[in-house]
Write a protein that binds this ligand. Sequence first.
Ligand code: G6P
Ligand code: MN
Length: 448
Amino acid sequence: MRLVVLGGGGFRVPLVYGALLTDRGEGRVDEVVLYDTDPARSAAIARVLADQAAADPAAAPRVRVATDLDAALHGADFVFSAIRVGGLAGRAADERVALAEGVLGQETVGAGGIAYGLRTLPVVDHIARRVAAVAPDAWFINFTNPAGLVTEAMSRHLGDRVIGICDSPVGLGRRVARVLGVDPGSAEVDYVGLNHLGWLRGLRVDGRDVLPDLFASTALLEGFEEGRLFGADWLRSLGCVPNEYLHYYYFNRETVRAYREAALTRGAFLHRQQDRFYARVGDPAVPALTTWNAVRAEREATYMAENREAAGAGERDEASLTASGGYEEVALALMRAIARDERTTLVLNVRNRAALPGLDADAVIETPCRVDAAGAHPIPADPLPGHALGLVTTVKAVEREVIAAADGASRARAVKAFALHPLVDSVSVARRLVAGYTEVHPGLGYLR
Ligand code: G6P
Ligand code: MN
């Protein structure tokens, strides 16, 4: 079984490889191809993987590095995509341009997410076409953010063979299960929305919904990450638990202010941190895995620091860190279900078909799916309440403007995408954002 990783030099690739190392079953992945446009980065990550494999090299999947896309894709059973078009310098620029206009520049939400999407779509469109031509039977697992938008754009070439994943819904379900003292493994989540725009509405254990127990206790409500971020009162008003990324919507002024006041934005912080990491690990005298682990711990401890700052939510606790969904676990469970028909239920980004009322069949949504050898099948979901459906349909309309802008290389459609986003408050701001982004990103030069 061959897994091809696009963005094979990416920082989180060792997480995926680590998950593969735990899999000893018949039919497991035994070959990993790291494809990256920057060979120095794949070489650095290959060193980390070699350290990971050192405990039992004979059982570890072989690792090969590739720089030609078609050659890398040839013979793939699974393709993972974790590319970052424009790199972390691009992410930091997305934040800066947005903040200069007083709006949010986060890589997946609001103006920043649109800018990142506009840069990424031409690249993933090309990749999807190459996969359809060179490896038409492969399953494509997309991690690349903005994950919902990218998955929907690719689904036009790859149909239901492209599946988007994110660890935040699993992480949320686990954190709520833990605070309630139930086994996260046996809890079924009622979670639905778009990527980074969904709500946990129920948590079923042995047929009973235990979420009302959470709402009955303020201590429990404020005993986990999302609870501290949103506060017990707001969660009670909503009657459900939003994905952490909804903090950017429900507390928009506060998060924009915290981002503006931060010494470094998230993108700028990671840019500096990661540059140092890749420079160090290029040196054969430096222990690759130990260094990677330390950098990863720092990255996780500082995750959403500005939001926690704005909410007065304090540091991330140990339980939140260890209950982070484990994106590598989702990826592994998904591959096992498809390759070996090990049936399971996972929250994934797939085309809606008729699962969520109010969205059309081709809209990619994030929802629990039954997964088997035939792929991921979204489970019919209860309708969203009006306020949530309103956000979801608006943001989906924005995503489609982004796709149309990329398809038609249209600057006017790009302006429309920014202007229609609920976190961009004026058409004039949208125009200035397009001007600002096209100035700093060579990758947006295609817009006419
Ligand atoms: C969460 C999100 C991902 C994101 C990751 C890392 O897991 O769901 O979409 O890529 O955090 O965020 P960071 O700010 O560290 O890049
Ligand atoms: Mn995510």
